[in-house]
Write a protein that binds this ligand. Structure first.
Ligand code: NAD
Length: 374
C-alpha cells in the first residue's frame, strides 16, 4: 500500500504561461526533488493530524499518513500524502511502513483516543490505544533508527493547577485516564531518550479550535465534546441545543475559562518542532496555547455574533473534573521556536470553525446522509 509519490514537473513548466513568475512553486518543487524529507504522521486523517499533514506538505515535506479511521476521515488526508490504513500500534505494519523505500526522518504521533468521559468509563481501552499502542510505535521507531519524534500531549496532564497561567514545570496531576495515558507516554519518551537517544518534542495542547482558513480540512471528529465545535454544530442546525456545564465557578461570569489555540497555529508549532529536531535540537516539553483565555459565555457570544443567530443553550450543573481556569504560560514555545501565531483572535477561530461546519454539514445534507450528531 505504501507508494512513492512522484513530483510532477508542471511546477516548472507553468513558467511559460502569462502571469507572475512562480518562484515559490519552483522553489518548493525543487526542494521536493533535491531535498525531499519524509515524515510519518499517525492519526493524520483526524482533526489536528490532517492540519499538520497539510502544513508539512506546504513546508516541502513528503508525508505518509497512518490512520485506522476509527475517528478520522479518509477525505481529510491531503491528496499529496501517501495514505496507509491501519493501527499505529500494529508492530508488523509499522515494520513495513518504516522499512519502506524512502527513509522516514521523523514521526509525528497524533493517533489516539481523546474523549475524556469515555476514558473514565473505559480506562483499559484508553490505556490500550494511547499507552500500549504508543509504546509499540516508539519501539518500532527505535528498531528502524527513526530518531525524531513529536508527540501530541495535552494540558490535561496538569489536572487542577495551583498556578494559572500554567508553566511547563507545574506539577502534573491528571484527573482522568486520558490525561494519565498522555503523561505516561511523555515519561516513556524521556526514558527512551535517556537509554537509546530519542530526541523528541512533547507538545501539551490547550483547547484546539478553528479550521484551516483555506477550507482544506477541519474537525469532523464524531462525538466531539469541544465547546467551539459543538456551538458551531448548534449554529448550523446539526445539533438542537447545547449545555453550559456549571455557572458558579470562581471566574468573572461563573463559567470555565480556557485557552483556545487556532489549529493552524498549532500545526505551525509542529513544523517548527520538527525543524528543531532536524537541526539536532534536544528533547523538549512545551505548552501550546496563547496565554489568555475566554469563558464559555464569551465563546458562545462570539459564535452567536459570527453566526448571526442565537444559540439554544441550557445551563446545567458542573461536570466532574473541570478546572475553573486552564490557561497556558506559552513563553517557552515562542522563545524556543520563534513561534509567532497568526490567528490569535477568537473571532478568527470561530469564523473558520463555522465556515468549515457549514461546508461539512452542507455536503452531508447534499449527499443525503446528515449525521446524527447528538
Ligand atoms: N483536540 C484537542 O483539543 C486536543 C487537545 C489535546 C491533545 N489532543 C491530542 O491530539 C491528538 C489528535 O487529536 P484530534 O483532536 O485530532 O482527534 P481525532 O479523533 O480527530 O484524531 C485522532 C486520529 O487518530 C486516529 N487513530 C486513533 N487511534 C488510532 C490507532 N490506534 N491507529 C491509527 N490511527 C488511530 C483516528 O482515526 C483519528 O484520525 C490526540 O492524540 C489527542 O489526544 C487533542
Amino acid at each position: 500500500m505504501v507508494r512513492a509519490q512522484r513530483v510532477r514537473p508542471c511546477a516548472v513548466g507553468t513558467s511559460i504561461l502569462p502571469g507572475p513568475f512562480p518562484v515559490d512553486r519552483i522553489r518548493k518543487g525543487l526542494a521536493r526533488i533535491v531535498d525531499e524529507r519524509t515524515a510519518l504522521v499517525t492519526g493524520g486523517a483526524g482533526y489536528i493530524g490532517s492540519h499538520v499533514a497539510w502544513a508539512l506538505l506546504d513546508a516541502g515535506w513528503r508525508v505518509i499518513v497512518l490512520d485506522d479511521l476509527s475517528t478520522g476521515r479518509r477525505e481529510l488526508v491531503p491528496p499529496a500524502a501517501t495514505f496507509v490504513e491501519g493501527g499505529s500500534g500494529d508492530a508488523a505494519l509499522l515494520r513495513g511502513v518504516l522499512a519502506a523505500e524512502r527513509r522516514i526522518e521523523a514521526v509525528l504521533h497524533f493517533a489516539g483516543s481523546i474523549v475524556v468521559p469515555e476514558s473514565v468509563v473505559d480506562p483499559l481501552a484508553y490505556y490500550r490505544n494511547n499507552v500500549v499502542g504508543s509504546i509499540e510505535l516508539i519501539d518500532a521507531c527505535l528498531a528502524a533508527g527513526v530518531k525524531r519524534f513529536v508527540f501530541s500531549s495535552t494540558a490535561a496532564v496538569y489536572g487542577d493547577p495551583d498556578q494559572v497561567p500554567i508553566p511547563e514545570h507545574a506539577p502534573t496531576r491528571p484527573l482522568n485516564p486520558y490525561g494519565h495515558s498522555k503523561l505516561m507516554i511523555e515519561q516513556v519518551l524521556k526514558d527512551c531518550d535517556h537509554a537509546h537517544r530519542l530526541p523528541h518534542v512533547a507538545l501539551r495542547y490547550f483547547n484546539v479550535a478553528g479550521a484551516d482558513p483555506g477550507g482544506r480540512t477541519g474537525q469532523a471528529t464524531p462525538k466531539a465534546t469541544h465547546l467551539i465545535k459543538v456551538a458551531c454544530e448548534v449554529a448550523v442546525g446539526a445539533r438542537e441545543a447545547m449545555e453550559i456545564y456549571g455557572t458558579d465557578y470562581p471566574t468573572p461570569d461563573g463559567t470555565c475559562v480556557r485557552d483556545y489555540i487556532h489549529v493552524s497555529d498549532l500545526a505551525d508549532a509542529h513544523v517548527k518542532a520538527l525543524e528543531h529536531l532536524m537541526a539536532g535540537g534536544s528533547s523538549l516539553t512545551l505548552n501550546c496555547g496563547y496565554g489568555h483565555g475566554f469563558s464559555v459565555r464569551e465563546v458562545l457570544r462570539m459564535v452567536e455574533q459570527v453566526a448571526g443567530r442565537p444559540l439554544a443553550v441550557r445551563e446545567g450543573p458542573r461536570r466532574a473534573g473541570d478546572s475553573p481556569r486552564l490557561v497556558a504560560e506559552p513563553g517557552a514555545l515562542r522563545e524556543r521556536f520563534s513561534w509567532n501565531p497568526r490567528h490569535d483572535d477568537l473571532r478568527t477561530i470561530v469564523t473558520t470553525a463555522l465556515a468549515w461546519e457549514r461546508r461539512r454539514v452542507g455536503a452531508e445534507r447534499g449527499a443525503g446522509r446528515t449525521a446524527a450528531l447528538s
